[in-house]
Design a protein around this ligand. Sequence first.
Ligand code: SAM
Ligand code: SF4
Length: 461
Amino acid sequence: MPEQISFSPSRGLHIITWGCQMNVYDSARMADVLRPLGYSPVDLPDNADMIILNTCHIRERAAEKVFSELGRLRQIREARKLEGKATLIAVAGCVAQAEGKELLARAPYVDLVLGPQTYHRLPEMVARIARAGGNVIDTDFPVESKFDLLPEEAAPQNEGNLTAFLTIQEGCDKFCSFCVVPYTRGAETSRPVESILAEAERLVASGVKEITLLGQNVNAYHGDWKDGTASLPKLAAILHETIPDLKRLRYITSHPRDMEQALIDAHRDNPIFMPYLHLPVQSGSDKVLKAMNRGHTADEYRDIIRRLRAVRSDIALTSDFIVGHPGETDEDFEATMQLVRDIRFASAYSFKYSQRPGTPAAGQPFQVAEDVKEKRLAVLQALLREQQDAFNASLVGTVQDILVTGIGRKPGQLNGRSPYLQPVHFDGDPSLIGQIIRVHITAPFTNSLGGHLYEQEGTAV
Ligand code: SAM
Ligand code: SF4
């Protein structure tokens, strides 16, 4: 740094994470990379020697949001400077990848700009700035894999170290008309099985009971294994056979095109697969699905769900929807509503189509008016909310296996996670944290469930 200010030997690190679970995972790994340099997490940016903004580019005004947050961080840095303390400001993630140069031109006070594939080089970047000042931009798609170079001791990311994300696949070759991911995260690649296994073993040895495998197209996974490759169901079987203390497995985000029968069957055959699947469909209209370049029809999606329910009748299904893709008519929207009525989702995310510069849909004629998108979104969300409420209510009176994840907000209360990924609250002793216990579900809430400990048949305690 050019000024007469210095870093303390033990350094504060504050990471602000926007966007998907992959960003949550990346933020945790950036903290891992920086730990050997003396950086440890602090709650407030005001106490941080380094602040990283890990950004998401998926929907509109991404860059504007970044600049407004950077304005706030700049003020924090100025205030710290008056106290003789230096602060490095870094922008990471997909906005950095897509708009790195423009970002530095508009906010030259940013020290580091790095993409999702280069954060293993963070120590080098920090050292370069310490040596020579100025700023560093590194948004390559490097030949080396960051996974080979990240530190081994990956820390669990949440819920008292009992649950963790683990990235197994990155990038996307599908080029949906609306999506920036193929441009910001690059081509589809899978991590070798050995490297995933080693990370999963370390996580479980540190107490993790439930792992969510991550990828932009996680079910397109095909990682090196022995003399060939392993698919996602094979990887899941290897994890189950090799790590007996791994109790629960999930994966996100899947594409309908890669939902092969072997994976569907694994929901019956692999006992650690939770009865939960997030399978984005985006639209129920064949015309819109074609315009989106999704590569399947609405009936093909219905057929996948029918086959999933045939092997695992209680599977909870969630999805993503986009309303107002260019060319979407009232009739197309009604086809989406019909698909939702037919499938019945446990929950879902739904978005207004947002024009992303550089994507094929952005240049298409027949963009849907903003007020039409808003109306359609409200109608769709009302139906999805009804279905979510109905799903939560359907569990009342049942007994569920709950992974106890921590202390609740009310005195005596514990928090847990249901097989269907719902938060569950119930009274119990903190010694239960980390165990999978039986809970009698008694109350449905919008985003969670309430219940009582259940000891044996007929006895709620
Ligand atoms: N790979 C996943 C798939 O194919 O379904 C989705 C990954 S994307 C990061 C997450 C969700 O963001 C998408 O499923 C889509 O619903 C939404 N999304 C992506 N681009 C969008 C856009 N331009 N406008 C609105 N929503 C968008
Ligand atoms: Fe984006 Fe489509 Fe790839 Fe999903 S499959 S990341 S929506 S391009």
